[in-house]
Design a protein around this ligand. Structure first.
Ligand code: TYD
Length: 224
């Protein structure tokens, strides 16, 4: 693989969408070939799966169905978008990836992690991130931020989905799960304090990414 595959993970309300966009814009402005995608979604078919899996009305969804749907969306995204772009030598920034399945369906819902790893290997063809950035925020603080946005108390409107609506204990298990995942693979992870200001956090993330850029050929070598 020639490109650079960076994933972002974090609980709800950790500011992932703001930070993925900021990183994308900075790398783009510097002339790097870069794309930004999110999970579930990022493809036409994946977006349809996203609507099914996050729909608040789908209260009867079986955890196995949910797990397969996330994996199906991931398979489509990897094969249609991520792998081709990496093969061309580009940078792919992905808002959530397989670690979300381990954290949410594994630690959150209690599904067997080894089974999830097998499923993930099938869905992704074994494609793993070069670097994963974790935006660290407590489950309670993250949910509070998301609730305030949803109620219009914070500027940016966000959707409130079926999974956000799960109980706080679930979100706490997810946050603990991320901690375990990071502990098991320190080399790949960069954990960042999500309570910093947007600008500070963006700068820290950029400094983590910068050393990985040497093998990426800029589209516009002048960097504009
Ligand atoms: P989204 O609105 O994109 O949330 P966020 O802004 O927090 O990323 O909704 C994605 C939801 O799907 C989020 O609650 C995490 C969950 N999810 C899983 O449970 N498993 C997965 O494999 C993925 C990719 C996401």
């Amino acid at each position: 693989m020639m490109g650079l595959f960076i994933t972002f993970e974090g609980s709800e309300g950790s500011g992932k969408s703001t930070q993925t966009r900021a990183l994308y814009e900075r790398l783009h402005a510097e002339g790097y070939p870069v794309i930004l995608v999110r999970e579930p979604g990022g493809t036409r078919i994946g977006d349809m799966i996203r609507r099914i899996v996050l729909d608040l009305q789908h209260t009867e969804m079986d955890p196995t169905t949910e797990t397969f749907l996330f994996s199906a969306a991931r398979a489509q995204l990897v094969n249609e978008v991520i792998r081709p772009y990496l093969n061309q030598g580009g940078i792919v920034i992905c808002d959530r990836y397989a670690d979300s399945t381990y954290a949410y369906q594994g630690y959150g819902l209690g599904r067997d992690l080894v089974e999830l790893q097998t499923l993930t290997a099938i869905a992704t063809g074994g494609l793993r991130p070069d670097m994963s950035i974790y935006l660290d925020i407590s489950a309670d603080e993250g949910l509070e931020r998301k609730r305030r946005r949803r109620n219009g108390e914070l500027p940016k409107g966000v959707e409130w989905n079926r999974l956000d609506a799960r109980e706080v204990a679930y979100h706490r298990r997810v946050a603990d799960g991320y901690r375990d995942l990071i502990h098991a693979d320190r080399q790949r992870w960069r954990s960042c304090d999500a309570c910093l200001s947007i600008e500070e956090l963006a700068e820290i993330i950029y400094q983590h990414v910068r050393p990985q850029l040497h093998h990426i050929t800029r589209i516009d070598a002048s960097g504009r």
